[in-house]
Design a protein. Structure first.
Length: 163
């Protein structure tokens, strides 16, 4: 509900993914494997050896580059006008949500590396004891401002409706 008493649909305020710095090493592995295959493919005289090299390279790229990319793509952090959600999972979905009205505290943690990359970890705790940990959130200042604004609106709306 809104402040004036009319029903408002849930709308997405912020939708983002964790910081892509987690993809640094998978990208390095991808480049190194492609370079190695390009070099060694012409060093091997037999076609079965070349096929074995390409198969091993594809397996390494699949395990160490494609799967981490898919795992990163499947993670989302969403702030709506009513709740904050963390969605994870490639084949199965794991969704955790915290309603803004129930939030008791928001803690922000930043390591030195995260400060250099403009990201942070957030721990959102509720009045009923549950918590939501969001890792490597990009743009922590804007994320914190959006979260604070939506929490204030939700609590103001709840206060207006309890009177």
């Amino acid at each position: 509900m809104s402040i004036d008493g009319k029903w408002t649909p849930e709308s997405t305020v912020v939708r983002l993914r964790p910081k892509a710095t987690l993809l640094f090493f998978p990208a390095i592995i991808f480049i190194a494997v492609c370079g190695a295959v390009g070099w060694f493919i012409f060093q091997l005289p037999e076609s079965w050896e070349q096929l074995l090299l390409v198969s091993a390279a594809l397996l390494i790229i699949l395990l160490f580059s494609v799967f981490p990319l898919l795992r990163w793509l499947a993670n989302q952090i969403v702030i709506t006008n009513r709740k904050t959600l963390s969605q994870r999972g490639v084949l199965s979905r794991h969704i955790r949500e915290v309603k803004h009205v129930e939030v008791s505290s928001v803690q922000r943690f930043q390591s030195f590396w995260q400060r250099m990359n403009n990201s942070a970890n957030f721990l959102i705790e509720t009045v009923n004891g549950t918590s939501l940990l969001l890792k490597n959130v990009p743009g922590p200042d804007l994320f914190q401002a959006a979260l604070d604004e939506q929490q204030a609106k939700a609590k103001r709306s709840a206060l207006m409706h309890s009177v």
